[in-house]
Design a protein around this ligand. Structure first.
Ligand SMILES: Nc1ncnc2c1ncn2[C@@H]1O[C@H](COP(=O)(O)OP(=O)(O)OP(=O)(O)O)[C@@H](O)[C@H]1O
Ligand SMILES: [Mg+2]
Length: 254
């Protein structure tokens, strides 16, 4: 099993859109993929049809409340073969703070808590480097970093890189950077090209060849609560996430 956390300190860069659509494409290629939503905003869960306002499903918050050791009871099949989801909900943020105060550890995820039947476990994380993100960094094999190809992208990236480096030193020496990829790439603007060049210059070979362009079908797919490969398989956004997922599979060598 390979554990990958999609992470960037900055909000709105495309973490959730990427986590869901990469998970879906990876599952389509054959591996069994579990998407774990660690963001209390629960947008990855909603993207896959698990909106706590509409359904009675259990979430990672219920797992914490039950102090259960196994996550198996909180995992659901998504509407696609080989794709599974461990949903989140807004209550996670308050409840998580309570737990931290009551117990002397802020870490609640353990690799042994995950049923041994997935090939890839992909985490979506919140837009901050708080302890929920650290929980994923503490057990992950890889960090996967989406970078919005707009000005100020690099400043958010510094915080993200520093946190990953700290996690490598103090929490998880196994953690590696799987790579960086550009998102929201607007081919018509020079800004996007310049920022992308800057990312390549600073991160070198760690930058994936595939760049995710601006594509409104990705927003529509979110609203339809479906991965892009189901909602609009031939859309540019779908093809780009497919290409990126192929590159990811090559790098993780399952
Ligand atoms: N390639 C794209 N083209 C057009 N819109 C996109 C693209 N990627 C993401 N979006 C839209 O941009 C917004 C932010 O994307 P997303 O939620 O994936 O970012 P995020 O990093 O997870 O945000 P947060 O930090 O709030 O969790 C969403 O409305 C999403 O639908
Ligand atoms: Mg998100």
């Amino acid at each position: 099993m390979k554990y990958i956390v999609v992470i960037n300190n900055k909000g709105g860069v495309g973490k959730t859109t990427s986590a869901v659509n990469i998970a879906a494409w990876l599952a389509k290629f054959g591996p069994r993929v579990l998407l774990v939503d660690l963001d209390p905003s629960a947008s990855a869960s909603i993207h896959l049809g698990f909106d706590k306002k509409e359904n009675k499903h259990r979430t990672i918050c219920d797992f914490l409340i039950a102090q259960n050791r196994s996550l198996a009871d909180y995992i659901y099949p998504a509407k696609m073969e080989n794709l599974f989801v461990l949903p989140s909900e807004p209550a996670l943020s308050e409840f998580y703070e309570e737990i931290q105060q009551e117990e002397d550890t802020e870490f609640f995820l353990d690799r042994r808590s995950f049923p041994n039947k997935y090939d890839i476990i992909l985490f979506d994380s919140p837009p901050n480097m708080g302890t929920l993100a650290l929980n994923a960094l503490a057990i992950a094999d890889y960090a996967l970093v989406p970078v919005q190809t707009q000005y100020l992208a690099m400043s958010g990236l510094e915080v993200t890189n520093r946190t990953i480096a700290k996690a490598q030193r103090h929490l998880n020496p196994r953690l590696k950077i799987l790579g960086y990829f550009g998102t929201h790439y607007d081919r018509r603007t020079n800004v996007a090209k310049e920022v992308y060049r800057l990312i390549q210059k600073q991160m070198g070979k760690k930058v994936f060849d595939t760049v995710i362009g601006v594509n409104s079908k990705l927003i529509e797919a979110y609203n339809a609560q479906e991965p892009i490969l189901k909602y609009a398989p031939s859309a540019r956004g779908s093809k780009e996430y497919r290409a990126l997922s192929e590159e990811i599979l090559k790098r993780i060598k399952l």
